[in-house]
Ligand binder design. Structure first.
Ligand code: CU
Length: 65
């Protein structure tokens, strides 16, 4: 299932990697695409939206939607 999150606070490639890693800790099979200029995070994963959003938040970024 493709899930789209609006994530604020990503300022560089390191942030993108950190978010990707956090999501893949929840689901190692997750496919993650990030466009930080649009605050856009797309996750192809069977994990719940709640679990993915929580992983992003725990990594220190804000999920706006
Ligand atoms: Cu960064």
């Amino acid at each position: 299932m493709n899930q789209i999150f609006t994530v604020t606070g990503m300022t560089c490639g390191h942030c993108e990697k950190a978010v990707t890693r956090a999501l893949q800790e929840v689901d190692p099979q997750a496919k993650v695409q990030i466009d930080r200029t649009q605050n856009n995070v797309q996750v192809e994963s069977t994990a719940s939206r709640e679990a993915l959003a929580q992983a992003i938040t725990e990594e220190g970024y804000a999920v706006a939607g």
